[in-house]
Design a protein around this ligand. Sequence first.
Ligand code: ADP
Ligand code: MG
Length: 261
Amino acid sequence: MGATVLSLQGLSHVYVNDKGASLALEAIDLTVSKGEFISLVGPSGCGKTTLLSLLAGLFPPTVGTVTVNGRAVTGPTPAVGYMLQQDYLFPWRTIRDNAAIGLEIGGQRTKASMQKVEHWLSELGLEGYGGRYPHELSGGMRQRVALARTLVTEPDVLLLDEPFSALDLHIKLQLEELVQSTLERLGKTAVLVTHDLAEAAAMSDRVIVLGRNPGHIRREVAIPTAIREADPMTARKLPAFQAVFEELWAELDAVDGKGDA
Ligand code: ADP
Ligand code: MG
């Protein structure tokens, strides 16, 4: 693994609203190396989305620092791209224009950058769909548009918040494979949030198990090399896979066993 790309130091976050203050995350320390793929798993409400939002610079942490490529994150940065469970494609825009939204927001929509849009659409199996509209595409294709949209802005880090969870199993496995192989080829660093422990085990180099009340890191599970080197579909069939899955399962069961559900 290469240099540190992402670093969270002493991160805590308190939400304040009319009902009072609540501690969503406490004392999170985490570093992620260039090209590493990590997953965050944990029960609902343990702060996964909050953590990704802090990484994306959507709001500042109450305490602690987030750095990307050695620089403190103080707001959204082109170095970090965000892909969500819902694809948030605008229905009135063509696929091409949806994939260009990140470029437009960054003031980078040019002829040359639009060629990158075409490149990524065809790279992700959407050649010929640039002039279509979102409703003409299946769920898996729409998520590929969302991935293209994220990749054209050339982020170093991709944040993936349950991007596969609304898909049928077959499509989900295909998309996992496409995302993993694409990010690996590009040397991108990725942080995936998922409810699916098999997905976390099959896609990641490392799985971070979070506990709740307040959100904290319970455990980091390193994924064995054989599983890491296999594509996500093949990984699930390897002998070592079941043991990793059970380890994650037991850890999450222990979280639920703490009785604050
Ligand atoms: P997860 O994504 O793991 O389900 P979240 O990060 O969404 O968890 O939420 C973590 C905790 O912070 C939860 O207790 C949630 O209710 C609370 N929370 C999330 N967003 C807000 C907000 N905007 N205002 C107040 N509390 C929030
Ligand atoms: Mg969430």
